[in-house]
Every structure is written in structure tokens, then in C-alpha cells.
Design a protein around this ligand. Structure first.
Ligand code: XMP
Length: 326
């Protein structure tokens, strides 16, 4: 890679005007680099890959092919939003791959966190590789690499690299965001017209809900994570916490406890709520969520999510707890 150092005179992109200047500069650079050749992009729907997609759609239109792999570990509504925004609104070439069964079958019975991560990563490369092989004449691979990925600072994972592709699929890289920090990527995304809930979304790990369905992933607990997360996000948005709290989500551990419902004893899963604030994800404090709101969310989760009879709130800062449970 020629130069991986942010130019010293590069101004911080903090305003729509600066974002527009960056966009115009990048469009020219991308057109010059790509010419009339074809580009491939793994589009997760996260901020970085979405901004890269939006830039490339403006720069080279249908010369870009986006591949969205649904591995079954995405949040509620995410695959639908990727299709709506990129295929329907931006008219992109988008291949949607429903790989849910494939991933969940591979993950069945696997409880070790590192093994789960490895399976998810390796299977992702395999699915992406299969799709890449079906396409002809691809010259470039676009990636949503951002500057912290290059600096490898702190716990930010280098998750943007579709590394591990075999030798014959080593395309030339296109990384238009590689000198940007996350806040700058968001300003650019906004200027490109991406929806706010895509641009300002909270961090979401590459292995997705897989790290929040503790132990061996089962479909019932995975749905409990997804549904309870959707309720939490809806309630945080309604109550003005969505833009304020850095990261908030739910976890479903792999044990059951007794409960009572309609006069009958139940034996069901708990849901844990985590809501934290941090600057760099190295340390984190717990958000002081109003008790009445927690009670309301508890009421909703225990009544709307099948198989759940308890809701707990994680009061642990980092350290000693990590942000995710795994
Ligand atoms: P922990 O749990 O280590 O998490 O306190 C710190 C931050 O990193 C996020 N995280 C990940 N992000 N790929 C990612 O892109 C991953 O595999 C991953 N694991 C954790 C976590 O959500 C938190 O924001």
C-alpha cells in the first residue's frame, strides 16, 4: 500500500461544505482510478461500507456491484434497509445473499467465542468468494477501511478487510475513506444523502448478534436477542436516548430460570440490557437509564419476546466488564 499516513495538512471534515469538497475530490479520484472497469464491494449496511457504496454509486454507477451477505446475525430490519436504500433508492447493482441457514448450521453447537468469531469470518469470506466468482471482469475491491483500522488503535477491529480471498481474487483495492475518522465518515455520509439511522448508528460488531447470543447460538435465542434489541432501540429513540448513549443493546445468556406466567410456572431465558458511554471503547461507564423507562422496556420485552421471562440491567463499567458479553 503506497501511503497509509493521513496527510498532515488534511483538514478535519466537520461541516457539510467540507464534506462536499471531500466528495468532489474523491469522485474525481475514483473515476480516474477506476476508468471503465468494474468494482466489487461487500456492503454490510454499516456506516463505513454504506458511505463507500454511496460514493462509488455517484462515481461509477453500475460499474459497482455490491454484495450484501445476510448471515442471520444482523439487527432487525437491517437487510431490508440495505435493499431499500441501495437498490430501490440509489439504483445500485446489489446482490443480496440469504446465507442465514448456512451460517447458523455452521455455528450449531459451537459455544467457544473465538471459534464462533472464526467461523463467522471464514464463512463470510467463502460466501463473498462464491459471489465474486460468478461475476466477470472485476478489477477492483472497494473497502470501507477507515483511519483507525489502519492505526489499529485500541480495540477497533480491522473488520473492513475482506482479507483471506484466494490468490486469483486479489483485486486492486479502492479505499476512499482510509484517512477519515469515524465522525468525518458520518459527516460525509450525511452529505451523500444517506438516512440518519444509517449514518448515526451505534457501533455494531462484525460478528453481529452472534456475540450477544452467549454460548452456542440457537435460533430461538437469536430471535430473542434480535427482538429485544429492536424494542430497546425503539424505546431509546422514543425517549431521546438514541443520540445520547454511545452503545446500547441486549444480550441473551445461555441459561434459563424459573418464572410464572398466567398462573403457570415457566422456565425461560433472561434478557440483559447493556447501555454504555465511552470515548474510545477502552473504558466505559454505564448510562443512568431512568428507572421508569427500564420498567417499561422490561414489560414490553417479557410480553412481546417469546421465551423470555426476565430482564436484567448490566451495571458494570469497563473495566471490569467488557462492553460486549461474548
Ligand atoms: P469490548 O467488548 O471489547 O468492545 O469492550 C469494544 C468495542 O468494540 C466492539 N466490538 C467489535 N467491533 N468487530 C467490530 O467491528 C468485532 O468483532 C467486535 N467485537 C467488539 C464492541 O461492540 C464495542 O463497541
Amino acid at each position: 500500500m503506497a501511503d497509509n499516513k493521513r496527510p498532515e495538512n488534511m483538514e478535519r471534515i466537520t461541516t457539510p461544505e467540507l464534506a462536499q469538497a471531500f466528495i468532489q475530490e474523491q469522485l474525481a479520484a475514483l473515476r480516474a482510478q477506476i476508468g471503465d472497469r468494474k468494482v466489487l464491494l461487500a456492503l454490510s449496511g454499516g456506516v463505513d461500507s454504506s458511505v463507500v457504496a454511496a460514493l462509488l454509486i455517484q462515481a461509477v454507477g453500475k460499474q459497482l456491484t455490491c454484495v450484501h451477505v445476510n448471515h442471520g446475525l444482523l439487527r432487525k430490519g437491517e437487510p431490508e434497509q440495505v435493499i431499500e436504500v441501495f437498490r430501490n433508492q440509489m439504483n445500485a447493482n446489489l446482490i443480496y445473499v440469504d446465507a442465514v441457514d448456512r451460517f447458523l448450521d455452521k455455528l450449531a453447537g459451537v459455544s467457544d467465542p473465538e471459534t464462533k468469531r472464526k467461523i463467522i469470518g471464514a464463512e463470510f469470506i467463502r460466501v463473498f468468494e462464491e459471489e465474486a466468482r460468478k461475476l466477470n471482469g472485476i478489477a477492483f475491491l472497494a473497502q470501507g477501511t477507515i483511519y483507525p483500522d489502519i492505526l489499529e488503535s485500541g480495540p477497533v477491529k480491522a473488520h473492513h478487510n475482506v482479507g483471506g480471498l484466494p490468490e486469483d481474487l486479489q483485486f486492486e483495492l479502492v479505499e476512499p475513506l482510509k484517512f477519515l475518522f469515524k465522525d468525518e465518515v458520518r459527516v460525509v455520509g450525511k452529505a451523500l444523502g444517506l438516512p440518519d439511522n444509517m449514518v448515526y448508528r451505534q457501533p455494531f460488531p462484525g460478528p453481529g448478534l452472534g456475540v450477544r447470543c452467549v454460548g452456542a447460538i440457537t435460533r430461538d435465542r437469536l430471535e430473542a436477542v434480535r427482538e429485544s434489541d429492536a424494542i430497546l432501540r425503539e424505546e431509546f429513540a422514543k425517549n431521546g436516548l438514541a443520540g445520547k448513549v454511545w452503545q446500547y443493546f441486549t444480550i441473551v445468556p445461555d441459561f434459563k430460570s424459573t418464572g410464572v406466567r398466567d398462573g403457570m410456572r415457566s422456565y425461560d431465558w433472561p434478557v440483559v440490557i447493556r447501555a454504555v458511554n465511552t470515548l474510545d471503547a477502552m473504558t466505559a461507564t454505564v448510562e443512568d437509564v431512568p428507572f421508569a423507562l427500564l420498567q417499561h422496556i422490561t414489560q414490553r420485552i417479557t410480553h412481546e419476546v417469546p421465551g423470555v421471562n426476565r430482564v436484567l440491567f448490566d451495571l458494570t463499567p469497563k473495566p471490569t466488564g467488557t462492553i460486549e458479553w461474548e
